[in-house]
Every structure is written in C-alpha cells, then in structure tokens.
Design a protein around this ligand. Structure first.
Ligand code: SAH
Length: 446
C-alpha cells in the first residue's frame, strides 16, 4: 500500500488492501487452524472500504513526530469512518500531510499503534519482510551457541507494536498484546516460518484479548500454530546453562529472558556465598549462582508450580560440578511475609525480583513505598559483607524513583553499604520510549 503525500480529503477512492498481504499458502499443520487464521484474516478491514484516515490533537501530533508509538483514544479528533481492529490507519497532520501509519484498535485505549512515522511509505509484503529483518539483524552477534533462548522481537521498540517473539531453541513463541494483530496472524506466522524455519511456533495471547481471539477465530492461548503438539516443556540454553520454558502456560512466554545479564552478574558475585533468591520463579538466578560457586541457594516463591520448575532446572544442570555441589533449598511462602517474619535467617547474597508492584499509574506511589520496604527487609537478612540485588519490573515506577527508594532503605539501615552498580534493559529487550523501560536493578554490598 502506498502512502501518498496528497491530502486525504482529495483521495477518497483508495482501496484498503493490507488484509491481503502475504496470504498465499499456509504450511500450518491442520486445515482447521488454517481456516481459523483465515477467518481472523478476513476481519482486517472490509474489502473495498475507503482507507481509514485520522486526525489527532496537536499535542499528539508532536508526540508521534517525536517517535512515540502510541496514539491514545482521547487524542483522536477526526476519523473518516468506523475502523476495525488491525486495519492500517493513516494519520494526517494539520497541514494535511502524511504523519504516520499504524494499527488501529477501536476497543483499546491505545487507539493507534504506530508502525511508521515520517515520510510516506509503502506498507507491503516487502516492507514487513524488511521490518522483520531489522529486528533479527539487531540480535546478530549478541549470543553464541551457548545461548539459544532470547527475544527476537520486542514489541514497539523493534517496530512491532504489541507483539513479542521469543526463541527457545527450535520453538518460537509469538505473543500478542493487542487484538490488532489477530487478523494478521497467518501472514506473520508464514513470514516467521519462511525466515526462521522453526520446528514449532506457539501462540500466546495476553489476558485482555483472550475473548476477542476466541470470538473472532476460535484461537486459544497456547495454540501450536506450526509444528507438533508439545509433549513436554522445551528446553534451551542460556549462557551454557539449560532451562525449561513453560511456553504453553507460563508467565510472559514461559521464562524471564530479560534477566539474563543480571543472572550472569549474580554468578560472578556468588562464590562461597549463601544465596536467597526471593521471587525465584523457575530459579534462573539460583542456577547461575550455583555455577558461580554458591554454597547454598534458597529459592523462595509463593507458587508451587514455579518451585517445581526451579527444581527441574537445577536437575537439568547437574553436569556442572559447581551446580551439583551446591545445596538447593525450596521455600514456598509469601516472600513479603517470610522476609518480615524470619529475621534470624541470614544470607551472603539476596536477590529480590518481585512481580510488578504497580500495574496501573494509580498504584505508583504505593509501589514505590513497597519497593522501599522490601529492600529494607532484604537488607535485614544480609550477613556482613553481603550483597543485595534489588529489581523492579514496574513500568509505572521510574528508574529514579526505584533506585531512590532502595537507596533510602540502605541509608535507613544504618549499615555501611557501597553501591556496586545499576543495570537496565538487556540488549535483546531494547526500550525506545519511556513506557517500555520497565526493568531496573540496583546492587549494594556491605
Ligand atoms: N526472578 C525470576 C522472575 C520472578 S517473576 C526469574 O529470574 O526468572 C515473579 C515471581 O514472584 C513469580 O514466580 C511469582 O510466582 C512470584 N510471586 C508473586 N507474588 C509473590 C509473593 N507474595 N511471594 C513470593 N513469590 C511471589
């Protein structure tokens, strides 16, 4: 599709065609799935309808011009017709010039997710292929064969708003966070298959689009789009360690790939230490700490499912002599309560990696206080010379707010600590705008 420079008022006859892009042949297993994907595909814009054209407020115009990928519902000023989820919407500025093109979603507070802003562009099969290439090229040289699990596409920050693609060895997990992609699933899946030739592609759906996906196309969370049904969780390598990923049901896409570099740091700090991995999930930090020479590692999580995975991940790495030597302890408890109520147990290294404590902007102030309190409890469990690793994955809490909360707790503790370092996003999880910067970690020793 060509984005003309001409005013949209003068161009009323253009036919919207993007729903047809790339839908040729399907190699997806099973005719039913193909039909479901095609049913979803046919929802993308009514054939023959005039292209969806929008105008937005002056403030939103400058935000989009500045490279921000979201246009909120309240920024909409004009719309030439009703739009359907996943249609390409073209935004024109006050001078009637092309401003941006993005994916429309009538039911989301983020009404348009910008695909491209600036000069008019042709959004066709070649454009999508080039966009995929750009994301893949960004990962070139980041990992060697000791790491076969990493993020290939990180949503907006890779130019694929609301879409994530993670690799777990030969299994790829495609996770979508907006109904806008539902109509394009076949096209994307084919493109991924062509370009990456995975053994399997699993579809994951964020909670907010589960019912839309079911209604539109009968698609369910955890559906295997390409390849055989999974008999067991696939395993993959991270820094030479083997982990399983619960790709069908696990949080995110089955593993927290974003903490890889922090796990490597923890490994380098763990020699001879006793380690508490609070909010351990499947024990990522613990297995690294064990390889780094930790004497004892304690996984603490509220979920029995997570702890069972942590145990399996430990077992998967028994060929590493240091992992085989380390004592592994599992504690199932609410970590906030456990930390508050077990003041006698002390460790040489404490990792605190809670789930997001602010899911909404309204929860921000409370979350900052909670991070401060959690760090305070963590510090109380540290032996002299101990290390605290405090993490936040709340996008609503800024980096400065989080680091300051932890720094204040350190000051309040009355003990002498030195700040070892702070870390941000992993290289395969680029963050190109403020809302995408969720992960921040701070290290203290003392
Ligand atoms: N550090 C992990 C990721 C942590 S995700 C990693 O590197 O993979 C957050 C974890 O916190 C989840 O496993 C969840 O089960 C756990 N959790 C949530 N609330 C909790 C609570 N109150 N007490 C203990 N664990 C909790």
């Amino acid at each position: 599709m060509k984005m003309e420079r001409t005013s949209w008022k003068k161009r009323r006859t253009l036919v919207q065609r993007e729903g047809q892009v790339g839908v040729q042949a399907s190699a997806c297993s099973g005719g039913t799935l193909k039909r479901e994907l095609q049913r979803a595909g046919s929802e993308t814009g009514a054939p023959g309808a005039a292209r969806l054209r929008l105008r937005i407020t002056a403030a939103a115009e400058s935000i989009v011009r500045g490279g921000h990928p979201w246009v909120f519902a309240e920024s909409m000023r004009e719309q030439n017709r009703e739009g359907q989820a996943g249609e390409l919407a073209v935004i024109y500025d006050r001078q009637d010039k092309f401003l941006a093109v993005g994916l429309f979603d009538p039911d989301s507070p983020i009404r348009v997710r910008v695909l491209h802003a600036g000069k008019p562009q042709t959004i066709d099969a070649a454009w999508w292929a080039a966009r995929l290439d750009t994301a893949l090229r960004r990962r070139d040289g980041l990992f060697d064969e000791r790491t076969t699990g990493y993020r290939l596409i990180n949503g907006e920050s890779d130019g694929w708003p609301g879409l994530v693609l993670d690799r777990y060895d030969t299994t790829l997990v495609l996770k979508i966070y907006t109904a806008a992609w539902l109509g394009r699933l076949e096209e994307i899946t084919l493109r991924i298959q062509e370009r990456l030739k995975p053994e399997r592609v699993v579809l994951r759906l964020s909670r907010n689009i589960l019912s839309d996906a079911k209604k539109m196309s009968g698609l369910e969370d955890g559906r295997v789009l390409i390849g055989d049904r999974l008999e067991a969780c696939p395993t993959f390598l991270e820094s030479g360690l083997r982990f399983e990923a619960d790709v069908l049901r696990g949080q995110k896409t089955g593993f927290f790939l974003d903490q890889r570099e922090n796990r490597q740091l923890v490994e380098s700090l763990a020699r001879g230490r006793t380690v508490l991995n609070a909010f351990s999930f499947s024990g990522g930090f613990s297995v690294y700490a064990a390889r780094g020479g930790a004497k004892v590692v304690t996984d603490l999580d509220i979920s029995a499912h997570a702890l069972a995975a942590a145990e399996r991940n430990f077992k998967l790495n028994q060929t590493e002599p240091a992992v085989a030597r380390a004592l592994h302890e599992l504690v199932r408890a609410d970590a906030f309560e456990w930390l508050a109520g077990n003041s006698r147990r002390k460790f040489d290294l404490v990792v605190l990696d809670p789930p997001s404590l602010a899911k909404r902007e309204a929860e921000r102030a409370g979350a900052i206080r909670a991070y401060g309190k959690l760090a305070e409890s963590g510090l109380k469990h540290l032996l002299p010379g101990g290390i605290l690793v405090a993490c936040s994955c709340s996008a609503h809490v800024t980096t400065a707010e989080f680091f300051n909360a932890v720094r204040q707790s350190v000051t309040k503790s009355g003990r002498k600590f030195i700040e070892l370092r702070t870390t941000r996003h992993a290289p395969d999880h680029p963050a190109t705008f403020a809302e995408a910067e969720y992960l921040k970690v701070i290290y203290f020793e003392g």
